[in-house]
Each structure stands twice: as structure tokens, then as C-alpha cells.
Design a protein around this ligand. Structure first.
Ligand code: NAG
Ligand code: NAG
Ligand code: NAG
Ligand code: NAG
Ligand code: NAG
Length: 342
């Protein structure tokens, strides 16, 4: 094993003109690939100078073509890498992607971009296992952390998110694809002024599953959708039709979540009629709406709550299983039977 130490103490700044970018590498900037046992640290700054890329995005101006922009920093096909104490800011698109990797530890990373920067996910995990993300502060224009296909055993602890779109599993199942994500834990987080808090999003028509997820000890402040499962996710210019296939969502525990919701639906479990959500568990939830009443919305979501839970979530126990096919199967109501230990 060759041990690599990368020390970034100053600021690395990307060229700001998209037209000066190497067309052979349209989607990457700084890449660490095929490392085994490395440290990347030093307290420095990686600055993607993204503002011209953002202005050229089709999300900002619909007359622009929809083209992907570079990810500021990527760790790919690597193992046993520690990333500590770096700031990644103004990425062209995503800030930091971890793909096809195992045993990566991220701590003390800061992400900083404006709330209107398009598709600028903070930390994006794909096809990776045994990843830990600790003590990170992320403010950006898209998901603070996003976890997508073929990822498992991801632990997040002490995460401060906002502005941004929250902490997301997905999207999964786009274009009828298979999406599999298991073993996700978020412990201790604050979400401030974000559009979503804790989100699982899947497209109609996909397959695969999201299973064994635990979100706990989370404080929300003025979050639009604090707790949301959306199996009707559709980020396309045309309407997405409902289909019979969907990514199955089960064993999702929310525990000790409190704070304020900007909308009335503080908890939203919008699950597929044909592939309902099962074993959704709520414990010690206190979400309030600043002005008005908060409520819980369910469509084909099954599970139970215990302890103090506000707004009430009776709909999890009562959802109409005659409309929601296959719903009653696999729906253990004794919480002892739900296994999300990692
Ligand atoms: C969108 O882009 C077009 C073509 O570049 C430009 O003419 C138009 O002014 C832009 N619109 C906005 C709102 O910036
Ligand atoms: C998701 O990962 C699985 C393997 O776990 C793979 O079979 C599938 O093709 C992947 N889906 C996509 C959209 O890449
Ligand atoms: C609940 O979460 C908050 C953080 O939002 C934390 O300060 C508190 O200690 C947690 N309570 C328990 C009983 O774990
Ligand atoms: C899809 O199904 C959901 C749940 O039954 C329903 O609320 C929604 O309107 C449907 N969407 C479309 C595009 O038919
Ligand atoms: C709540 O109502 C107060 C008084 O009407 C108002 O000043 C405040 O802006 C409202 N807050 C929100 C989040 O709507």
C-alpha cells in the first residue's frame, strides 16, 4: 500500500470561463482516483468559480441547453481515504462526489455556495459503502448531502445544513432504473431555512429498494418540508405519469426531530399506490408551523408512531390498504421488529 498525503493549505481556484474548460473532461475538475489509504487535508479552500456556469444552466434560464457542469472535487474508485478540514465553495455543479469507493471518512468539511446556485449538491455519494461524514457545515443551492444508487452503510453525524435542499436519499429509479440504498444513519443535525429537511425521493417506474434508514436528533428551523418521502419525484419539464413499478421504501425511523415547518404538511409520506411504504416509524417528533396548524399527509404509507408525536400521524396506521396494493404485508407494527441497527 502506498500512503498518499495531500496537503491543501492555500486556495485552488478554477478557471471561471466555461468555454476555457477542457472538453475532454466536461464533468470533473479535481479528481482523486484509485487511491488506497490516503489523507487529504490542510484547511485550504477549493473554489470552483462557478458563477458563469450557473448563469449558463437551464435551471436558471430555460433558453440555455441542459448540459452538466464539472464537479469540483471527486473521490472515485478508492478506499481508506480521509478528508479533513477543507472548504469547497462555488462549485461549477456538485461540490464533492464520492463514487465507487469504500471506507471513506470525511470530517470538518465546509461547503459554501449561494442558495440560488443550480444543482450544486454539497456532498454526493454514489455506488459507495462504509462512508462517514462528520462535523460538516454545508450551505448551498441543492441537496446538502445526497445519497444515490448502490450505496450502503453511510453514517452522517453533526451536520449543519442550510441554505439548501436538505439531506436526501435519491433521487432513485429515474427512467425505470434500479435503485438500491440501505443502511443510512443521520445522527445530530440542524437544518436551517432549507426547502426540505429529511427527504427520500424516487421516480415512478423504477425498481429496487431503500431500506434501513434512521434519522435522529435533528433540529429544524423554518424548513419547507421537514420530513418527506416522495415516490412521485419528477424533475423533468414534462409531467411524469404514474406507473405500477416503484422503488420500495421500508424501515425508515425518525426519532427526536423538532422545530418549525414553513408549510402545513410538516410530515409528508407520498408513497406509491402499487408499491406502498412500510414500517415507517415515528418517535418523539415535535414539528410546529409558525403561523397555523401543521399536519401529516399520507398516501399508502404504513407504519406506526410512539412517544410524543406532533403533528399526529394516525394516517400511518390507518392508510387504506384496499387501495394500496400489497400494503398490509410486511408491515410489522411492533417496533421491536424493526431492525435498523448498523
Ligand atoms: C436567457 O438567455 C437568453 C439567451 O442567452 C437571453 O436572451 C435572455 O435575456 C436570458 N433571460 C434571462 C432572464 O436572463
Ligand atoms: C444501481 O445499482 C445496481 C447494483 O447495485 C445496478 O444493478 C443498477 O444498474 C444501478 N442502477 C443504475 C441506474 O445505475
Ligand atoms: C434530541 O435532539 C436534540 C438535537 O436536536 C438533542 O440536543 C437532544 O439531546 C436529543 N434528545 C435525546 C433524548 O437524545
Ligand atoms: C399519481 O398517484 C398519486 C397517488 O394516488 C396521485 O395523488 C397523483 O395525482 C397521481 N399523479 C398522476 C400524474 O396521475
Ligand atoms: C407569522 O405571523 C406574524 C404576524 O402576523 C408575521 O409577522 C410573520 O411574518 C408570520 N410568519 C410567517 C413565517 O409567515
Amino acid at each position: 500500500m502506498i500512503f498518499v498525503m495531500v496537503q491543501i493549505a492555500g486556495t485552488i481556484v478554477a478557471p471561471e470561463e466555461p468555454r476555457n474548460w477542457d472538453p475532454k473532461n466536461p464533468r470533473i475538475w479535481i479528481v482523486f482516483s484509485n487511491l488506497e489509504g490516503a489523507r487529504i487535508q490542510g484547511g485550504g479552500v477549493i473554489d470552483g468559480s462557478g458563477s458563469k456556469w450557473w448563469a449558463a444552466s437551464c435551471k436558471i434560464n430555460k433558453t440555455n441547453p441542459c448540459r452538466g457542469a464539472p464537479t469540483a472535487m471527486t473521490i472515485d474508485s478508492s478506499s481508506k481515504v480521509r478528508v479533513k478540514g477543507l472548504t469547497i465553495q462555488s462549485a461549477q455543479q456538485m461540490h464533492f462526489t464520492i463514487s465507487r469507493s469504500v471506507a471513506i471518512r470525511i470530517s470538518g468539511v465546509r461547503v459554501d455556495s449561494p442558495p440560488d446556485s443550480p444543482n450544486t449538491d454539497g456532498i454526493h455519494i454514489s455506488e459507495s459503502t462504509d462512508i462517514s461524514i462528520q462535523n460538516c457545515r454545508i450551505g448551498t443551492g441543492d441537496d446538502c448531502i445526497s445519497i444515490v444508487n448502490a450505496s450502503s452503510n453511510i453514517k452522517m453525524k453533526n451536520i449543519d445544513c442550510g441554505p439548501g435542499h436538505g439531506i436526501s436519499i435519491g433521487s432513485l429509479g429515474k427512467d425505470n432504473s434500479v435503485g438500491i440504498v440501505t443502511g443510512i444513519v443521520l445522527d445530530t443535525a440542524t437544518l436551517t431555512g432549507t426547502t426540505n429537511g429529511l427527504r427520500i425521493k424516487t421516480w415512478q417506474g423504477g425498481s429496487g429498494y431503500v431500506r434501513s434508514v434512521r434519522f435522529e436528533n435533528v433540529k429544524m428551523d423554518d424548513v419547507e418540508n421537514p420530513i418527506i418521502i416522495d415516490q412521485f419525484y419528477c424533475d423533468s419539464p414534462t409531467v411524469c405519469k404514474n406507473k405500477t413499478e416503484a422503488v420500495k421504501i421500508s424501515q425508515v425511523i425518525y426519532r427526536n426531530i423538532s422545530g418549525t415547518s414553513r408549510t402545513s404538511k410538516a410530515m409528508k409520506f407520498a408513497c406509491s399506490d402499487t408499491v406502498p411504504c412500510s414500517n415507517i416509524v415515528l418517535n418523539n417528533i415535535n414539528l410546529e408551523r409558525e403561523n397555523g396548524t401543521a399536519e401529516t399527509y399520507c398516501n399508502c404509507a404504513m407504519g406506526f408512531d410512539y412517544g410524543f408525536v406532533r403533528p399526529a400521524a394516525d394516517c400511518l396506521r390507518n392508510d387504506d390498504s384496499s387501495r394500496c396494493s400489497g400494503g398490509s404485508e410486511n408491515n410489522n407494527r411492533k417496533h421491536g421488529q424493526v431492525n435498523t441497527e448498523l
